[in-house]
Design a protein around this ligand. Structure first.
Ligand code: ZN
Length: 371
């Protein structure tokens, strides 16, 4: 069976507003001639281009998807929020929440992005593909039901999960978020639910600065159904794989989901402007191997990844290529274009020893929980 790759050129047309980097233009902030917000189409378009140039695209089932319906969006977001988003989108575009600008027609593009995630998840659950990747843009993991933030206007993964549930395709879902930022939106949506496990590995207090604490384990029926693994800035290849092995993978294994969903950000990459981590192309390949092996073990290999952040134009495509090479089992590899530079910049043994202490502390705290 093939790997599904769901994308649509129109998602690259989503506008990213009048920003210079993360700063709104005005006062002493000089307007940007080129980029606007860091969340630009370029990282994603270049990933598609690289897949085509190397030929890996031929080993994937490349396809589009239907726009998510209003009924799909209604399962996650309140009507008042969706109505206001639609109204502004039908007019001149605008901005809702925090750093979530959009142009005219932005509502339909966001719904298309959610539609890519929905279709990718459904395709895996129906057995059309062994696994699938949704190149969703705008991203989704920061978006709360009624409060978009961090470039995210609709929570793509939550919409995909609720659509799959409504269609009777699956009952239990595990979401592992390895974007460098905390998956606060997905956490909030499922915080009191016992049918969706949310796990987030992120740089401690990067964004948002007031969420993502290890102590936040869920509430009510969802108590124990959320796990945050905040890492100190500077964590690299070894630290990421260790966090996966010691914490994320055992938590998912214990939950026994019907399908494993990855909120796949590439902003833990070593030269990302919005992260301070040292993950490499090999880190993303190795984490892909880890989650594929776990999916084989617990849920018949059913694995879906939905694209989140990642702002290095020159590195995201190579990291994404490695993930898709692993998912598909294609023979088409590309070497890390930085040729070992990021390997040389990995943390020293003292840092890694400190990180091991941090992770062992988390593991001990989980062990001592009254479950
Ligand atoms: Zn991010």
């Amino acid at each position: 069976m093939s790997t599904g790759f769901f994308y649509d050129e129109r998602c690259f047309w989503h506008g990213s507003g009048n920003y210079a980097g993360l700063l709104p233009v005005g006062g002493l902030v000089q307007p940007s001639e080129t980029a606007g917000l860091p969340e630009s189409p370029e990282t994603k378009r270049r990933l598609v281009n690289l897949l085509r140039v190397t030929g890996l695209a031929h080993d994937l089932a490349m396809q589009g998807a239907e726009v998510a319906t209003r009924a799909d969006l209604d399962r996650v977001h309140p009507a008042a929020y969706l109505d206001e988003f639609q109204r502004l989108s039908d007019d001149k575009g605008g901005e809702l929440g925090r750093r979530t600008p959009f142009g005219p027609g932005g509502f339909e593009i966001a719904a298309l992005s959610a539609g890519l995630s929905k279709a990718a998840l459904a395709s895996v659950l129906k057995g059309d593909h062994k696994n699938a990747y949704a190149l969703a843009r705008p991203p989704g993991h920061h978006c709360l039901p009624d409060y978009p933030n961090g470039f995210c206007l609709l929570n793509n993964i939550a919409i995909a999960i609720e659509a799959a549930k409504a269609a009777g395709l699956a009952q239990r879902f595990a979401v592992l978020d390895w974007d460098v930022h905390h998956g606060n939106g997905t956490e909030a949506i499922f915080y009191d639910r016992d049918d969706v496990l949310t796990v987030s590995i992120h740089q401690d207090r990067n964004y948002p600065m007031d969420t993502g604490a290890f102590a936040d384990r869920g509430e009510g029926a969802g108590l124990g159904g959320n796990l945050n693994i905040p890492l100190p800035p500077g964590a690299g290849h070894k630290g990421y794989l260790e966090a996966m092995e010691k914490l994320a993978l055992p938590e998912i294994r214990a939950f026994q989901p019907d399908v494993l969903i990855i909120a796949c950000g590439f902003d833990a990459g070593a030269n990302d402007p919005l992260g301070r981590m040292l993950a490499t192309q090999e880190t993303f390949a190795a984490m892909s191997d880890q989650v594929m092996a776990l999916a084989d073990e617990v849920c018949g290999g059913r694995l879906m990844m939905s694209h989140e952040g990642g702002y290095s134009e020159n590195y995201v495509p190579f990291c994404g290529h490695a993930v898709l090479q692993r998912m598909s089992g294609s023979a088409i590899h590309v070497a890390d274009p930085f040729d070992g530079v990021f390997e040389l910049r990995q943390p020293d043994t003292a840092f890694d020893a400190y990180l091991t202490t941090v992770l062992d502390g988390y593991a001990a705290a989980l062990e001592s929980e009254d479950r």
